[in-house]
Write a protein that binds this ligand. Structure first.
Ligand SMILES: NC(=O)c1ccc[n+]([C@@H]2O[C@H](COP(=O)([O-])OP(=O)(O)OC[C@H]3O[C@@H](n4cnc5c(N)ncnc54)[C@H](O)[C@@H]3O)[C@@H](O)[C@H]2O)c1
Length: 259
């Protein structure tokens, strides 16, 4: 049985999109009141529409310190505390070897500096309550070479290192910091790539995921909810692969060279 998160409060950046919304729904279903922080105002409104005040949306640009301070202030005003932070907002700007400086600057600003800024702003509130929990959303891209991608993987690798350092520095305040490294997950970008065709996305993903398919947003949400909860009380400073076996698969692929 899942842990009851009643009385807890979460902030989810990037919560307006398909994947982030699944995290919001999972947290609300477990009883946590949740603030969705995203630049996408239409998507944010859609995400919280059916959640009857148990989730609120606050338009937030995580590249702006004033915006970060604002969403934290509003969360405290509306919900009175902050227990959980999920850093899922992301920028995919990446032109591989031809990436202009603007790709590097924008992607690091959202994916790394934004996450660090959110942790910094939530920390005093978590510490004052005796603890909290952070999950940073990273990617298999942080750990392997993928052709034509230089920027996004570097941001996710940086976010995994930030996860370790933050976990160390905040452990004394009862704050745990972990990451989830996702494989291909049914989401807005994957749906766009596959023309909205889930079977096509599964077929493309099959050779490099042991499970032979893309992940479901609710499977990712379940892992994040667990890491946030006190059931994961001994887990901090680590990256959990939630990737259908992508990172464990060797160069021989799913069938093996000897077969
Ligand atoms: N989709 C996948 O297969 C996959 C794989 C690995 C990791 N991920 C990670 O999952 C998370 C969700 O990604 P997604 O694939 O659903 O992408 P997405 O583009 O649909 O979602 C990203 C969200 O971040 C928001 N955002 C962008 N810039 C922002 C800013 N400056 N301030 C606040 N919000 C901002 C966007 O509006 C959007 O709602 C990301 O961290 C991504 O790196 C996804």
């Amino acid at each position: 049985m899942e842990e009851d998160l009643s009385g807890k409060v979460a902030i989810v950046t990037g919560g307006a999109t398909l994947l982030g919304a699944a995290v919001v729904e999972a947290l609300v279903a477990a009883g946590a009141r949740t603030m969705v922080a995203d630049i996408d105002e239409a998507g944010g409104a859609r995400c919280v529409a059916s959640l009857e005040g148990r989730a609120l949306f606050h338009p937030t640009d995580v590249t702006r310190d004033a915006g970060i301070a604002d969403v934290v202030r509003v969360t405290m005003e509306r919900f009175g505390r902050i227990d959980y932070l999920v850093n899922a907002a992301a920028c995919y700007a990446d032109h591989g070897p031809d990436s202009p400086r603007t790709d590097w600057a924008r992607s690091f600003d959202v994916n790394v500096f934004g996450a660090a800024g959110m942790i910094r702003a939530c920390r005093p509130h978590m510490a004052a309550q005796g603890g909290g929990s952070v999950v940073n959303v990273t990617s298999v891209s942080a750990s392997v070479a993928q052709g034509g991608r230089w920027v996004y993987p570097a941001t996710k690798a940086a976010l995994e290192q930030l996860t370790r350092n933050a976990a160390l520095d905040l452990a004394g305040e009862g704050i745990r910091v972990n990451a989830v490294a996702l494989g291909w997950t049914w989401s807005a970008p994957i749906a766009a790539m596959a023309g909205g065709d889930r079977a096509k996305a599964n077929a493309i993903a099959a050779p490099f995921h042991m499970t032979g398919r893309v992940g479901n947003p609710d499977e990712v949400a379940e892992a994040i909810r667990f890491l946030l909860s006190s059931r994961a009380s001994l887990i901090t400073g680590t990256t959990l692969a939630v990737d259908g076996g992508y990172l464990a698969l060797g160069p021989e692929g799913r069938s093996g060279a000897a077969t």
